[in-house]
Unconditional design. Structure first.
Length: 199
């Protein structure tokens, strides 16, 4: 199950990855909080069921997240992937999917939680930058790390050039982590991400 808010290039990477292998897993559905999210078209083209649930139709974060849980659970997913889902989730939501909720974040966490990660990496004079897949916990962008990819920052880089490089990393890392989970190799164990039984 994949949650999106925008263009859905990470969703496309997941779709393409699954197309290239035998049926270890499938994407049972895509939910977007924006009706114009281009990723919805990507899902439809791949024959994946879609739902739109606009946060604007709800009075508060709690009621939106309750409805979102309802929508997700109709698909009975084993795993929920936040692929550019630009909403902060409530503790109830996070608890409900604990251990089966992954996010992709465009920085080398724990550096640069939140937004504008590429510019912040440049502003702080970082020598390297990257992307991280992590389990989602109550702390925003603070859950146990699963896998990271790195790029060197060079003098010519700007936020756009870093974004382009980091996105290429994301397209490899998120399907990789999803495959590990689908194969039963990845678990959240006592707040630690364990791959093949080791933290
Ligand atoms: C990605 O860079 C992801 O790290 C961030 O939002 C972006 C989503 O892009 N959280 P897309 O919708 O997958 O193209």
């Amino acid at each position: 199950m994949v949650l999106i808010s925008g263009s859905g290039t990470n969703l496309q990477a997941l779709i393409d990855d699954l197309a290239g292998q035998s049926a270890l897993a499938s994407i049972v559905g895509v939910v977007a909080n924006k009706a114009d999210a281009y990723g919805l078209q990507r899902a439809a083209s791949a024959g994946i069921a879609t739902r739109v649930l606009s946060h604007r139709d709800f009075a508060d974060r709690e009621s939106f997240d309750q409805a979102l849980m309802g929508a997700i659970d109709t698909f009975s997913p084993d795993l929920v992937l936040l692929a550019g889902f630009m909403r902060i989730l409530t503790a109830d939501f996070v608890k409900h999917y604990r251990g089966r909720l992954l996010n992709i974040h465009p920085s080398l966490l724990p550096k640069h939680k939140g937004l504008q990660t590429h510019q912040r990496a440049l502003d702080e004079g970082d020598l390297e930058h990257g992307a991280t897949v992590h389990f989602v916990t109550e702390e925003l962008d603070g859950g146990p790390l699963i896998v990271q990819g790195r790029v060197k920052i060079i003098a010519d880089d700007d936020a756009a050039s870093l974004a382009a490089q980091v996105q290429q990393l994301e397209y490899r890392l998120f399907p990789l982590a999803a495959r590990w989970f689908a194969a039963g190799r990845l678990q959240l164990d006592n707040d630690r991400a364990c791959l093949d039984g080791s933290p």
